[in-house]
Design a protein around this ligand. Sequence first.
Ligand code: PGA
Length: 221
Amino acid sequence: MIVSKSYNELSSTVADMVETQIKEHSPSKLGLPTGSTPLGMYEELVNRKLDWSNTITFNLDVYLMNINHPESYQSYMRKNLFDRTNIYPNHYHFPFRPFSAFEDKIAGSMGIDLCILGIGTNGHIAFNEPGSSFQSRTRVVELSEQTIKDNSRFFDSIDEVPTQAITMGLGTIMEAKKIILMARGQSKLNILNVAMNGEVTEDVPASILQNHDNVEVLYCE
Ligand code: PGA
């Protein structure tokens, strides 16, 4: 695990990795996260004014909600990245139905090159909550009580937090050629240790990453 000295350093280190990927490999396919942790990385990437015209992206997950709601992940991505770069609108993808077509889109032309993940306090990656099958593919999931509680900070009240989402599966994510997991804050330290050094078990979805041969974990306090 790489421990960054500050959130700025964490954000720019991951932005460096994304920049290298999209500059050196054309086209590049990225798997992209939402949530609070990647905000600094997106800001950094936007400020670098990179050429995104040959980059194709797949978001890891979306809430099942009105996509025009300000807290939808579609709104988040437009606001923090897509509307501020020259990426082509038909080059970014959110999980869509039929899920087999979304999976085919990812798998076509060799799959995701670089997938960036966060981790939930319960060990989820994307919205694969504890108990998700290691073989799982893109599907509708119920959010756990812990995730609803954690994410209620983005909404006026906990009752507004969506209870369902569509997420890439753990099997889908594990097919990415390279994975970066970014985590920030003391509240993530314990679950990171359990996921990276404990038993590989479906009770801790992120523990599956121990079975991937190209994963980097970056943490800052
Ligand atoms: P966060 O979310 O970056 O908002 O902490 C991470 C996650 O739930 O995957």
